[in-house]
Design a binder for this molecule. Structure first.
Ligand SMILES: [Zn+2]
Length: 414
């Protein structure tokens, strides 16, 4: 019986969202949280984008050091030989890739303007896939962009070619959020049965069904005899109306009516980090968590009306499907209301020592303190907001990695 895994794409789909972005340090912290939660893979960025190079290399170093283990770090590129070669030139250590190409007639005609046929699309994907494998990729996922508007027979042919040439997974992208739980189930089950390849489910919320479609798609893959890999983002941040939210998706898998009796996560997810990662992503993206967000919204465990308040006080299960403690909520949070010293881009050593001292970080000598402070200044230049504890601690603990993350030097290579 197939299992369900999570591939989080916050650091790829999340950051490519209009008006939103993350600093390289913020992306790294997201990877650390995802790893701690037990997420199978983080789609950690774009190996052909020059300004990602040092960040991607630094995160692969963290993986080697055991800090980002056992999570897989996967890059996202277009399915072209050129992109694959560039990815390995900029990030030679990269081991996991997803290569993407449009498969619907709408996009083949609308984007390639009649210059490419379905066979050309398959051929391009196969060449890119073979190049990636020959250059050392351990796993390659093949993405069918706009899969939900693609002729199913062609999709099966395309996925079969991917499997025959060594793809580890096939990603079914509901790029426009067009599917519903019924259609995506049928399509993915048919691909699983006819192709026999593990399937990634990539859903968007344009019709408000990203999470529902994700677990329905996963059911289709498992019923078709394959593993399912659901793509999520933290707080559902993603293109347009967003992606399937990480916390809501795991809650849907584990808590919804009867689902968990038959469909199991391949790796347990530590949901006690939910509150922390959601709050960090909200801070990093500068996007508030909606008040009614599942699990992590301000109102997710709030009760006011007489009947509900009375009921929940008698027995929380009267009006709560799961407990806030499972999501790491309930600890009081300290908010400074008096004097505050912040670490920032124009800060000095005295204030910095004060800030770090509050977190019980002591420096061996003043040279070391100066070195960390300098990195903190640069991190602040990149994020343009006061750094939070986890970021400051990261810089103090891994200064050499932090230096790499903060290095933004335009590359000369063409
Ligand atoms: Zn997407």
């Amino acid at each position: 019986m197939g299992k369900i895994y999570i591939i989080d794409v916050t650091n790829r789909d999340g950051v490519q969202t209009a008006r939103l972005g993350l600093s390289k340090l913020e992306k790294t912290i997201i990877n650390i949280y995802l790893n701690e939660m037990g997420v199978f893979q983080s789609e950690f960025g774009f190996p052909t984008t020059k300004h990602e190079t040092y960040y991607l290399q630094a995160n692969l170093e963290l993986a080697k050091m055991g800090v980002l283990q056992p999570i897989h770090l996967g890059g996202w590129i277009r399915a072209t030989v050129g992109d694959v070669e560039t990815a390995f030139r900029y990030v030679p250590e990269i081991k996991h890739l997803n290569i993407s190409i449009s498969t619907s007639d709408q996009m083949i005609q609308g984007k390639f303007l009649g210059k490419r046929t379905r066979d050309d699309i398959t051929q391009m994907m196969v060449e890119a896939l073979e190049t990636a494998r020959s250059l050392g990729a351990e796993t390659v996922g093949v993405n069918a962009e706009d899969a939900s508007r693609t002729d199913l027979d062609f999709l099966i042919k395309f996925a079969t070619a991917a499997k025959e040439h060594g793809a580890a997974r096939f990603r079914y992208c509901d790029t426009l959020g067009y599917d519903n739980p019924f259609t995506i189930y049928e399509a993915i089950k048919a691909i699983a049965e006819n192709v026999g390849i593990p399937i990634e489910i990539h859903c968007h919320g344009d019709l408000g069904m990203a999470v529902a479609n994700s677990i329905s798609g996963a059911k289709g893959a498992v019923d078709g005899g394959q593993d399912a890999y659901i793509n999520t983002t933290v707080n559902g941040i993603g293109e347009r109306a967003g992606n399937a939210d990480l916390v809501a998706t795991v809650l849907a898998i584990t808590k919804s009516k009867g689902f968990a009796e038959k469909y199991h996560l391949g790796v347990p997810i530590d949901m006690s980090k939910s509150w922390e990662i959601a709050k960090f992503a909200s801070y990093a993206f500068s996007v508030p968590i909606p008040i009614n967000h599942p699990g992590v919204g301000t109102n997710a465990f709030a009760h006011e009306s007489g009947i509900h308040a009375d009921g929940v006080l008698k027995d929380p299960q009267n009006y709560e499907l799961y407990s806030y403690t499972e999501l790491g909520r309930g600890e009081p949070e300290l908010v400074e209301t008096g004097r505050e010293i912040c670490a920032g881009e124009y800060g000095g050593i005295s204030g910095f020592r004060h800030v770090m001292g509050k977190m019980e970080v002591e420096f061996g000598d003043s040279e070391q303190a100066d070195k960390i402070l300098e990195l903190v200044r640069y991190a602040n230049v990149a994020s343009q907001k006061p750094l939070v504890e986890i970021e400051l601690l990261f810089i103090a603990k891994y200064p050499d990695i932090a230096r790499k993350l903060l290095t933004l030097r335009p590359l000369d290579t063409p």
